[in-house]
Design a protein around this ligand. Structure first.
Ligand code: COA
Length: 252
């Protein structure tokens, strides 16, 4: 079982649990997370959603073997998760228990509250994999922090700390590793005492101005991303990852 779900005290928890592969996300895992978000949205007893990982690792991002195997023209399985996340009108709280790489950071841009362990590192290393930013990160990251800091994170793929994430507006707070999940859960449980209709309408209003542009950006990114997955640059990057060596882009 690599996605665990449970609902307790008004909070639907989605736990990524594939520690042997550093919580890398497969198609089946994306689908399980999307289904859990849809179920949480439909369940009146759920007032908020909590997404979390394992001690030391939130997620190492998309399973790179899945990337390498993706057939041309097939829809990204991650898109199902991101659509469900963007359509979720209940508050979504992320407890970033450790490294959050690729979509591990991108999905945080679509959560409402983000708490990061003091041991966590975040990164969006798409360019180094011969790919491009996805799921509206090419729009939201420059909006949040300006072009020059976005370039460090999206063009160079530099990793950054939880404190940087707070400073850039990606996260609310950094917490000691042993406290991050409980803190995030306490924030999620606060919605049990708030009127759910007003919360839902307010969240929808807060996202209204950006919603259409985000969807258009996701479509544009998705087209380029799909082409880049089959590029010689990406193939070199994937081979290098599995051969545990540095990629060589000198021939391109
Ligand atoms: N996809 C597939 N397998 C992955 C993976 C991923 N995204 N991330 C880690 N794994 C696998 C490794 O291949 C390794 O498998 P093995 O034991 O069969 O060799 C196992 O998980 C442990 O990973 P390892 O790299 O040995 O752990 P580490 O503690 O040294 O490093 C990370 C952890 C997360 C920093 C490192 O695994 C990493 O950089 N992963 C890739 C991140 C990435 O580029 N994601 C895609 C973003 S678009």
């Amino acid at each position: 079982m690599s996605i665990k779900t449970a609902t307790l005290n008004g909070v639907a928890t989605i736990e990524i649990a594939r520690p042997e592969k550093k919580n890398a996300l497969t198609g089946a895992m994306y689908r399980a997370m999307a289904d859990a978000l849809d179920a949480a949205k439909a369940d009146a007893a759920v007032r908020a959603v909590l997404i979390t990982g394992q001690p030391g690792i939130f997620t190492s991002g998309n399973d790179i073997e899945d990337f390498a195997r993706r057939q041309p023209g097939t829809e990204s399985p991650a898109l199902q998760l991101m659509r469900a996340l963007m359509a979720c009108d209940k508050p979504v709280v992320a407890a970033v228990t450790g490294a959050a790489i690729g979509i591990g950071t991108t999905l945080l841009l679509h959560c409402d509250f983000v708490y990061v362990s003091d041991e966590a590192r975040l990164a969006m290393p798409f360019v180094g994999l011969g790919l491009v930013p996805e799921f509206a990160s090419s729009l939201i990251v420059p909006q949040l922090m300006g072009n020059v800091r976005a370039a460090e994170k999206l063009l160079l793929g530099d990793p950054f700390t939880g404190a940087d994430a707070v400073e850039c507006g990606i996260a609310n707070a950094v917490l000691p590793a042993g406290e991050v999940v409980n803190h995030a859960r306490r924030i999620a449980e606060r919605f049990n005492a708030l009127p759910p209709g007003a919360v839902r309408d307010s969240k929808t209003l807060m996202r209204r101005a950006r919603a259409q542009l985000a969807l258009e950006t996701i479509a544009a990114e998705g087209e380029v991303f799909g082409n880049r997955l089959r590029s010689p640059e990406a193939q070199e990057a994937f081979s290098a990852f599995f051969q545990k060596r540095k990629p060589d882009f000198s021939k391109f």
